[in-house]
Design a protein around this ligand. Structure first.
Ligand code: ADP
Ligand code: MG
Length: 289
């Protein structure tokens, strides 16, 4: 091989990357991709910017990105500042009346607005909404409400409001919702994203998290399960702990709703979203029908 000047090597690499992306851009044009944003990617300034850049780019190249976010660590931080006890049960936040109030304030008042602002700044206007807006979510208490309190399960998604907004803007959904009586519930953001993906008949659902993906052994990053079918996930779901369980359940939900694949990817790596969508590199866990 002859020596190349550094600049032309770089140029060659960029052209290849663009060419690699082309078939994906063609495949995804006009398609809906639901993105669950949470975990590590929400905490770090550089990662927040990288995420916004990625989502805006998706909109520019003709995809229909729908963002659903949680706010786990930030809600915990505010609860601690207010002296409230933080507890989880099987991956769900144990939520008394004060907890849901704080969670809603943080999710809707702070995080949702910050994500919208950032997308706006990066060049694509976004619109924030919570479960009440346009009657997006109808929720009911989860089955184990006696253990977790005001945690709601999404019973119905009214996609009308999303379709209206997504025609011109990037919808950014906070995972908070109320029942008909006006009681607010915490909704696990993975569940919300899975239900939204299913209701929209999304092409893909992508879950950003703070590990590489679904691990066979939660303590061993090297035990990444890079691919699993819905049947395989369902067979193992009961044995999966913590926040990974609702994520996998949401992958199953999205695929049942017609998604071609659902992905759990590492939100600690900048631009993991673009890598997943537009390169041949398989990253994280891919769940298939
Ligand atoms: P988020 O929903 O913000 O992405 P969660 O904390 O709710 O984050 O879910 C991810 C967490 O799930 C991981 O950080 C890990 O601690 C936990 N977890 C439990 N079991 C597994 C598993 N088998 N594989 C990967 N992560 C797991
Ligand atoms: Mg979670």
């Amino acid at each position: 091989m002859s020596e190349q000047a550094p600049q032309s090597r770089v140029a060659g690499a960029s052209v290849e990357t663009l060419l690699e992306a082309l078939p994906y851009i063609r495949e995804f044009h006009g398609r809906t991709v639901v993105i669950k944003y949470g975990g590590a990617a929400m905490l770090d300034e550089e990662l927040r910017d990288a995420f916004a850049t990625d989502v805006v780019l998706l909109k520019y190249v003709g995809l229909n990105p729908i963002v659903v976010h949680g706010g786990g660590p930030e809600i915990t931080r505010y609860m601690e500042r207010l002296g409230l006890e933080v507890k989880f049960h099987e991956g769900l936040r144990v939520s008394d009346a004060e907890t849901v109030e704080v969670a809603k304030m943080v999710l809707v008042g702070k995080l949702n607005s910050e994500i919208v602002q950032r997308l706006n700044r990066h060049g694509q206007p976004a619109v924030g909404l919570a479960g009440e807006d346009g009657t997006l979510f109808e929720v009911a208490p989860v089955a184990n409400a006696d253990k977790v309190g005001f945690v709601g399960s999404v019973e119905r998604v009214d996609v009308d409001v999303l379709n209206h907004i997504a025609a011109d803007y990037i919808p950014v959904i906070a995972s908070s919702a109320s029942d008909r009586e006006g009681q607010t519930y915490n909704v696990n953001a993975d569940e919300a994203a899975g239900k939204v993906a299913a209701a929209l008949g999304a092409h893909k659902a992508i879950f950003l998290t703070d590990v590489e993906g679904w691990l066979a052994d939660a303590d061993q990053e090297a035990s990444l399960i890079s691919r699993a079918s819905v049947a395989e996930v369902e067979a193992q779901l009961a044995g999966v702990a913590g926040g990974m369980r609702p994520k996998l359940a949401a992958c199953v939900e999205a695929i049942r709703g017609g998604a071609q694949s659902a992905h759990i990817i590492d939100g600690r790596k900048p631009h993991s979203l673009l890598l997943e969508l537009f390169t041949d590199a398989g990253i994280g866990t891919m769940v298939t029908p």
